[in-house]
Design a protein around this ligand. Structure first.
Ligand code: NAD
Ligand code: MG
Length: 351
């Protein structure tokens, strides 16, 4: 069954609910009152003219179960690595909703896989929090990457687009050097790029696939981090995107799940090594999120149709729902957090 993009279905009640929250906030914080009411007025005008236009999803108190699209989804195979623009419904990376509050002003961040999915959500949030951001992606993902670069530049921050294949050590070293040169330093590294291809039997899992998954998810993280560490100063933060697969591996993700466990061990070991330098290292372990990785072979299409239905929330997460965790881990607010893994899996999963 074809599922419509329900992001556009924000009701008038939700719009008005958002406005009333805005009004209460304005009363509580006089300094912000003028800005808030201006925003509220703009939203009201918007909602009058185009009643179906959405308002920032993240700023309105609402039931998270209904906040985003739920299964069933339509089958939608793509060649890996897949593009955001071909997904139905289109994922939410916070393009219209993420509101920054100056938590990363002046920081410089490199996000691998920053063109789409979870990396795109982190890149947008970082820029709106005041950081300059470099993203890496595969050359075939240029259309997705262009959208992210525009969104970063729209915040007034610097954006660097550095395409290339991280399965190559030389490229990984060059990537870090280019990011440091283009941004003028490095404070935040997000090792987020990943490869996931579902294979049902160990008998069909080729050495080529095994090698490619490990190169992308494990070796590249090692190469990029090794190149980055000499540039990182006390207060810097490294964040690795692992997965619930590290703790509860699916039978069809034999190679991928191992790489996600390796990332957890890498995070915890490196955190101990770098603590004395004042550099924190943490990981985030997402459950099912609606991204190109999943529809382009990460799961069989039969699973895509029901994607996220087995979580207590009953739907997949959207990348925008993860961005705040990346922001907190990148910022000084989490100064005592290192060697930790943060779960975000809609009520199931570990840690
Ligand atoms: P995504 O497809 O949007 O992002 C993955 C990115 O990896 C791609 O955009 C691509 O740029 C990059 N990439 C892959 N191979 C590469 C290579 N050889 N060279 C350079 N870049 C390469 O999907 P996503 O789900 O946002 O994935 C981001 C991370 O989240 C991955 O590490 C993935 O394992 C992890 N994760 C995703 C989910 C989920 O349900 N979506 C769950 C747990 C963990
Ligand atoms: Mg992509």
């Amino acid at each position: 069954m074809e599922k419509k993009d329900t992001f556009k279905k924000t009701s008038r009640r939700q719009v008005l609910g958002g406005l009333s929250i805005g009004v209460v906030a304005a009363q509580a914080a006089p300094i912000l009152a003028q800005q808030s009411s201006t925003k509220a007025n703009q939203q009201e005008t918007l909602s009058m003219e185009t009643p179906t236009k959405e308002i920032p999803n993240q700023s309105v108190k609402q039931n998270p179960v209904n906040q985003y699209p739920s299964p069933p989804f339509s089958e939608q195979p793509q060649q890996p690595p897949g593009l955001v623009s071909k997904m139905n419904p289109r994922p939410d990376h916070g393009e219209k909703s993420y509101q920054g509050s100056g938590r990363l002003v002046g920081r410089k961040a490199l996000v691998t896989g920053g063109d789409s999915g979870i990396g795109r959500a982190a890149a947008i949030a970082f820029a709106r929090e005041g950081a300059d951001v470099a993203i890496n992606y595969l050359p075939v993902e240029e259309p997705d990457a262009r959208e992210v670069v525009e969104l970063i530049r729209a915040t007034g921050r610097k954006a660097a687009a550095i395409p290339g294949d991280i399965r190559n050590e030389k490229f990984c070293t060059q990537l870090v050097e280019d990011a440091v040169r283009e941004l003028g330093g490095l404070d935040i590294l997000v090792n987020n790029a990943g490869r996931q291809q579902s294979v049902d039997s160990i008998l069909d899992l080729t050495t080529e696939q095994f090698d490619s998954t490990f190169k992308t998810n494990v070796y590249a993280m090692f190469w990029i981090t090794k190149a980055a560490v000499p540039h990182l100063k006390p207060g810097a933060s490294i964040i690795n995107t692992t997965s619930v697969q590290a703790y509860d591996p699916s039978e069809n993700l034999l190679d991928y799940a191992q790489t996600k466990s390796a990332q957890v061990a890498f995070t915890k070991s490196l955190a101990k090594q770098l603590a004395k330098k004042g550099i924190r290292v943490n990981a985030i372990a997402p459950g099912p999120y609606w991204t190109p990785l999943q529809v382009s072979g990460g799961q069989p299409q039969s699973t895509i149709v029901q994607f996220g239905s087995d979580t207590p929330i009953g739907r997949p997460g959207q990348p925008a729902e993860l961005a705040p965790i990346y922001v907190v881990l990148a910022s000084q607010e989490s100064s005592y957090a290192t060697g930790q893994v943060y779960g975000a899996a809609g009520g199931s999963g570990n840690p």
